[in-house]
Design a protein around this ligand. Sequence first.
Ligand SMILES: [Zn+2]
Length: 444
Amino acid sequence: MQIRVGVSANDLTTRTHATASFRSPARLAVVPMARKGAAGAPAVVEPGQLLVVSVSGSSLALAGLSPPLAGRWTAVRINPQEAQAPVCLESLERAQAGGRRPPCYRGAFEVALAGGRLRVVLVCDADGYVEGVLGSEVPAGYRLEAIKAQAVAARTYGLRPRIDHSGEGFNVCDSYLCCQNFNGNAARINAGYRRAIEETSEEVLVYQDRPILALFSSNAGGHTENYENCFSDPLTDRFPPEPIPYLKAVPEGKLPAGFPGEPALRSLWHMPGPQTCDAWAPQFRWRLAMPADALEAHMHHVVERMGADPQFAPFIAPPPSGRFGHIDRFEVGKRGASGVAITLAVHTSAGTWLVTKELVIRSLFENPDLKLTRLRSARIFFDHGRDRLGLLSELVVSGLGSGHGVGLQQTGAQGLAVAGAGYRQILHHYYSGARVERMPASGV
Ligand SMILES: [Zn+2]
């Protein structure tokens, strides 16, 4: 089973490049490609030498080859001549243990012209891809059964991400902002990851004979969430989308009466030792105090920017005045099954702004002064500090969990594994109705 991974630029939002530089301790064969496969005699990059691919007019420019490629080409395949040799992409850097470094991969690359820039695709076996995802996503030291559950989910996601990338020529991209985090797969992985991948080799989650949309997040704060309460339809942008039968909210243990109403969320947040499988994790609850002046310094810009961004604009409804005044208070309207905020009213002196959808609500709080990109989750409640005139002086946001909470949650899977659950039980808990099946190499 092979998988094609689109490599993002350093910003993790664009997937085309001005140049791409490759270096490997092995010899690299560079094969010119035409639409129907290999098209010309390969050239060679000697071990340790740098291959630089850039754009020259309507074809690729390749430096570092000996001898140079004859002819003009719009796509090449780069094959390391030793199967396990790493190939490092030196034109990029990724956050990794020990700082930012060029990512290194095992597999072959395809580099092609795309709208005057370069598209870079790693072609590797699916288990090699899963290695990279586990290395980026799962803390070392998790129980084997929890890692196995994550391995099957990651392999499934690679075959069927939420966003269809087939028009770009790959299955999945490497950015956690779009698909799942993949910072290369050449580092030596620990024995637990290796064993989890081998013991689940070729296994994927299937519903009605198709790989499922295996969404996962870090910590669900006591209860997972229904797909339709957090995501838009990826094709039509419609919100809410059609529900997905196997992405249904499930409780993670004993919850206070009245859950997910706000009093129950407050009581869960304050409870010593909640009886849920994810409460052991530090992400389970968090609290953020924001001075009103820091909030006001940024939120009106954020609202303006979101209003001009087609991705966010449909989810931001301004008051009749169209202005963002002084903030008076925040009020969650509709909540999902986990208590996730689906609508949020921001009452200001110029009227009430209505903000809809989990990621939009989290992103509304972007604040460089507080070094905040977005809230960790939208399972939130608010406390308002007032000055002597009754004006907002401080906002305290309390939250449960980290991430959207749809599908498998990593810390909950670990909690279930500690309590004795096997990986199939864990997967059935989070993706009810989906089956684990072996998908042979030719099956996808
Ligand atoms: Zn993607």
